[in-house]
Design a binder for this molecule. Structure first.
Ligand SMILES: [Zn+2]
Length: 226
């Protein structure tokens, strides 16, 4: 998944006034991919391109034990959670951040071919929805759209910034789905992915400064508003 990973970030921000701001949650949602694509550049983890390996994209993600194992994701979540806990002095914020980091593995589990592990060794897991575009595409749109709607409903602020963010997310997703697919692996693949995440994180950071959770906003105005 691509934008589907941001659904848990929207859900966290919409659920709890104590969750970190949206920019931090967007980092959390893609932390293990940020790590994976960085590791791929430096040869710590590996991918290659095998045209046709799935119907929707040609990525053969054959070596990613530190980022896309459940144990690895849990450790990245723990580390990021502790950083957020310390920085915001809120254990609740840290727990939300950690949960969103770990959610990445479970969202990937739906669409990846069996290339995910529990702790770096086989068995390799993945339900393979990337071979079923007529299921994977509506599922990702529904998941992300519903979470975005939930976030809008539960936060207060101008509606322009989140709509711009969501528009750019849909644009990047469309390029990801329908743009030209690489036939050989090159460093431009991880660089493009990292660049696209950086743009979305920067936009989410901006959105997070313009909106507050409705319960926090209500308190600031002297009482709860339902
Ligand atoms: Zn991933």
């Amino acid at each position: 998944m691509y934008i589907g990973h941001f659904a848990p970030a929207f859900v966290a921000a919409g659920t709890s006034p104590e969750a970190p701001r949206l920019g931090t949650l967007f980092v959390a949602a893609q932390l293990v991919d940020l790590a994976f694509f960085s590791f791929a550049i430096f040869g710590v983890e590996h991918m290659r391109v095998v045209p046709g390996i799935t119907a929707m994209n040609p990525m053969d993600l054959y070596d990613m034990p530190y980022t896309h194992s459940l144990l690895g994701a849990a450790l990245w979540g723990l580390g990021f959670g502790v950083i957020v806990w310390t920085a915001l002095r809120s254990l609740t914020a840290g727990i939300w951040a950690a949960l969103v980091v770990v959610s990445h593995w479970f969202v990937d589990l739906l669409v990846h071919r069996p290339d995910l592990t529990l702790a770096g060794e086989p068995p390799k897991l993945g339900f393979g929805l990337w071979d079923w575009p007529m299921v994977a595409i509506p599922l990702e749109l529904a998941l992300t759209g519903a979470a975005f709607w939930f976030y809008l409903r539960n936060t207060r602020g101008p509606v322009g910034p989140p709509l711009i963010l969501f528009g750019v997310m849909l644009l990047f997703q469309a390029i990801n789905w329908f743009g030209p697919q690489p036939t050989v692996y090159g460093i431009e693949m991880p660089l493009t992915a990292l660049f696209s995440y950086a743009v979305l994180i920067a936009l989410a950071r901006w959105v997070g400064t313009t909106r507050r959770h409705r319960r926090a906003a209500g308190l600031a105005m002297g009482g709860y508003r339902r």
